[in-house]
Design a binder for this molecule. Structure first.
Ligand SMILES: Nc1ncnc2c1ncn2[C@@H]1O[C@H](COP(=O)(O)OP(=O)(O)OP(=O)(O)O)[C@@H](O)[C@H]1O
Length: 279
C-alpha cells in the first residue's frame, strides 16, 4: 500500500470510468516476490501498456488479473466488483486474454476456435446441446454468425474453414485475439501480441488493437516492442523486479532515469527518429 513512495503515477487520460482496478497486488513464489505491491487502473476507452525487462513480473501480474493465480495480497476489481479467483469466472465477468505462447486448438478450424471462445456467452445448456432441439439450433446459428462477424473484423473470414495449425504465424496471433473477443469482453489483455511478427504484421496488429479500442473495449498490453507500445498506448506502466517504477505517457516513461537504468542504459528502442511517424 506504500507505492506512492516509489511510483510516479501520471495518468494522461482520466475521463473514462475504471474498468480494471488492481490494488496492492503481490505474488510470491516461495521466497521470490514476482509482483510487489502493484497498483494499476485501466479506464474505459484506454489502451494501457505494461513493459519491463525479462522476468520483471508482467505475465505473473496478468495471471493475477485473470484468476490463473490467486494473488498473495491485494485485490483486483472489474467495473467496481472484486473478481472471483477462477479463470472461467473472470472471463464470464468480462476480461479476456491472449497468451505469450499461442494456445489455439490446432486441429480445429479457424471458425471452431472462435466458437469455443463464445461458450461463456451462450445460454444453451448441456441437455439442449445433446438433444439438439430448436433452441440449440437457433443459438448455434447465432453463434456462427457472430463468430463470422468477428473473423471479418480481424481479417480472417476467408480462412474460416482452414485448420488453425495451417495459418501463418501472424494470422494465428490474430485468431487468438478473435477468440478472446468472442467472449464479448469489456477488457482485453494482450500478452506480447506481436512476438515473432514481421513489420507488416506488426502494423496490422496495431490497426487491429485501435479498432478493438474503438469498439469500446479497454486494452492492457504487454509488449517488448517499444515502438508498438509508444505508438499505441495512452499510458504505459513499467515493471522492474516486480515493482511498478513509473507510469505515464510516452515522454514521462522515455525520459525516466530509472527506466533507462532498468534497460541497462541503452536508449529505449523506438524512442528516437523511429517514432516520429506516430499516428
Ligand atoms: N509459477 C512460478 N513459480 C515460480 N516462479 C515463477 C513462476 N512464474 C514466474 N515465476 C518467476 O517470477 C518472475 C517473473 O516472471 P514473469 O514471467 O512474470 O516475468 P515477465 O516480466 O513476464 O518476463 P518475460 O518478459 O521474460 O516474459 C521470474 O523470476 C520467474 O522466474
Amino acid at each position: 500500500m506504500n507505492t506512492q513512495m516509489t511510483t510516479d503515477t501520471a495518468p494522461t487520460t482520466t475521463t473514462g470510468a475504471p474498468v480494471l482496478e488492481a490494488s496492492g497486488v503481490v505474488m510470491r513464489f516461495g521466497g521470490l516476490t514476482a509482483v510487489n505491491n502493484v497498483d494499476l487502473t485501466v479506464r474505459e476507452g484506454e489502451i494501457v501498456g505494461l513493459i519491463g525487462p525479462n522476468g520483471a513480473g508482467k505475465t505473473t501480474f496478468f495471471n493475477c488479473l485473470t484468476g490463473l493465480y490467486v494473488p498473495t495480497e491485494g485485490t483486483v476489481k472489474y467495473k467496481g466488483t472484486v473478481l472471483p479467483p477462477k479463470p472461467n469466472l473472470v472471463t464470464e465477468a468480462g476480461i479476456a486474454r491472449t497468451f505469450q505462447n499461442i494456445r489455439l486448438f490446432a486441429n480445429m478450424t479457424v471458425l471452431e476456435n472462435v466458437l469455443v471462445g463464445r461458450h461463456t456467452r451462450t445460454k444453451e445448456g448441456l441437455f439442449s446441446a445433446i438433444l439438439r432441439g430448436p433452441g440449440y439450433k437457433r443459438a448455434e446459428a447465432e453463434s456462427r454468425e457472430k463468430a463470422m462477424e468477428l473473423l471479418e473484423f480481424c481479417g480472417l473470414a476467408h480462412k474460416a474453414e482452414h485448420l488453425s495449425r495451417n495459418l501463418p504465424y501472424g494470422e494465428q496471433r490474430k485468431l487468438e485475439i478473435a477468440r478472446a473477443l468472442a467472449s464479448e469482453p469489456g477488457l482485453l489483455l494482450l500478452d506480447e501480441p506481436t512476438a515473432g511478427m514481421n513489420p507488416q504484421e506488426t502494423n496490422a496488429a496495431e490497426e487491429l488493437v485501435f479498432a478493438i479500442r474503438d469498439k469500446g473495449i479497454a486494452i492492457l498490453v504487454i509488449e517488448h516492442d517499444m515502438k508498438f507500445i509508444f505508438n499505441l498506448c495512452d499510458r504505459t506502466a513499467v515493471l522492474v523486479q516486480g515493482q511498478k517504477i513509473v507510469e505515464g505517457d510516452k515522454e514521462t516513461v522515455q525520459n525516466d532515469e530509472r527506466v533507462i537504468t532498468a534497460y541497462l542504459g541503452a536508449p529505449l528502442e523506438g524512442t528516437t527518429a523511429g517514432t516520429e511517424d506516430d499516428q
